[in-house]
Design a protein around this ligand. Structure first.
Ligand code: 7TS
Length: 406
């Protein structure tokens, strides 16, 4: 069992006050906080090992290279990838998806189809709209049910021989819906399509194994899983990544250059042009060590427990509408609206009580349209959140209801 009271001690920022109140941070779907182990790993990198990677033979460069490369290996292990070659470090989930979409924009033709769902974050939507525009391919959307779950029957109907790629979020950042990626991958593969899973909201919160998921690509960000900003991951099956076009060109992504042309470096470096984020990689390793120590099963059940408690307590508040599937089928996210109150007003009154949640469209504007709202309030939880914090949140929300719903 994970003890959030013990975990909290590792997070310096949780000791600060906001507007004179103890900070209650429920905006973890946006970004998580960092434990001192991650902060120290980044600082130690700069203090003791700073150098460039893959270039010089001197000791510091060898140390930096070891830190950087071993972070790929640790990440590969964390998601069940077979080899470090399958793990490309990028800037964030968005860039990881862009690498794949960029490739497809060059190979898709008129008549081909890209299949997304109606609950995608803009990061797994806009790159595909662009790929469709450049290639003449068509984007189709698997519908969601009223409960906020994917209509698998509909998805099954619209995956055809024309479908070249199915790009689907593993967990919705708005509804918390956990999508059955394995089932979707089986449907897609049956028709010869590839599958990209957006793991931005799943990899931080639950055990994720790419072989069990059956996806061909997986994208996620270090900053949502206790790690640093500026470091993302693109997993791809080695044979597939090998066939993908590079996204950025320059140093380190080549094996040989002449005045006439260049040969690409081996995986994963072919996709990592220029000096990479070595300090970020050191932080990522520390974040994975931290999560492994807690155990991803415990991380998942802690998130479930807090979400269930918050959902139950929210029922005490009149005039509240909660979006998304039943608790058993969702992650550590609750989106809601207080009838007639703008989500920004909810967030700013809560902020004055020290409670940080997010209000708005959550980079999922088309989904907001389907829900018939311009935005929602969203509380999202992580390993350091406690039921006591949920109580503070509920009391603050009662104040909002008292002020705004007169
Ligand atoms: N995909 C999903 C499902 C996400 O939730 C996010 C970020 C991204 C992709 C993009 O990740 P990035 O690291 O490249 O920015 N989601 C959110 C959010 O819900 N609030 O702020 C960022």
């Amino acid at each position: 069992m994970l003890s959030p009271d013990v975990v909290r001690k590792d997070f310096p920022i949780l000791g600060r006050k906001v507007n004179g109140k103890r900070l209650v941070y429920f905006d973890n779907a946006s970004t998580s906080h960092k434990p001192r182990q991650v902060i120290d790993a980044i600082s130690d990198y700069y203090r003791f090992h700073n150098s460039n990677v893959h270039r010089a033979v001197h000791t510091l460069s060898a140390e930096a290279t070891e830190i950087y490369d071993s972070s790929h290996e640790k990440t590969a292990d964390f998601i069940g990838a077979e080899r470090l070659e399958e793990v490309v470090f990028t800037k964030n989930t968005t860039e990881s998806i862009n690498i794949v979409a960029n490739h497809f924009s060059g190979v898709l033709k008129k008549g081909d189809e890209i299949l997304l769902t109606q609950m995608e974050h803009h990061s797994n939507l806009v790159p595909w709209l662009n790929a469709a525009k450049l290639s003449g391919a068509r984007v189709r959307y698997a519908k969601i049910e009223k409960t906020g779950e994917l209509d698998i029957g509909h998805l099954n109907d619209i995956v055809t021989k024309k479908t070249r790629i199915v790009a689907v979020t593993h967990v919705s950042n708005v509804l918390g819906t956990i999508n059955p990626v394995k089932e979707i991958a089986d449907i897609a593969h049956d028709k010869g399509a590839l599958v990209l899973a957006d793991g931005a909201q799943s990899v931080p919160h639950m055990p994720v194994n790419v072989r069990k998921l059956g996806c061909d690509f997986l994208a996620f960000s270090a900053h949502k899983m206790l790690g640093p900003t500026g470091l993302g991951v693109l997993y791809g099956r080695a044979a597939l990544l090998d066939s993908l076009k590079p996204f950025n060109f320059g140093g380190d992504m080549i094996s040989e250059v002449t005045f006439e042309g260049a040969k690409w470096n081996e995986l994963p470096w072919k996709f990592e042009a220029g000096t990479p984020n070595m300090a970020g990689a050191a932080g990522m390793s520390a974040a994975i060590d931290y999560l492994n120590r807690l155990g991803m099963d415990s991380v998942f059940s802690h998130g479930k427990g807090i979400t269930a408690y918050a959902a139950k307590r929210l029922e005490e508040i009149g005039g509240i509408e909660v979006y998304g599937p039943p608790l058993s089928r969702k992650g550590a996210v609750i989106s809601f609206n207080l009838r007639g109150v703008h989500p920004h007003d909810v967030s700013s009154i809560l902020d004055s009580e020290g409670v940080a949640i997010r209000g708005g469209h959550h980079c999922a504007m088309p989904l907001m349209g389907l829900l018939g709202v311009s935005g929602t309030s969203r509380a999202s939880f992580y390993v350091y959140n406690t039921k006591g914090e949920v109580d503070i949140f509920i009391e603050a929300l009662k104040k909002v209801a008292g002020v705004m719903l007169k």
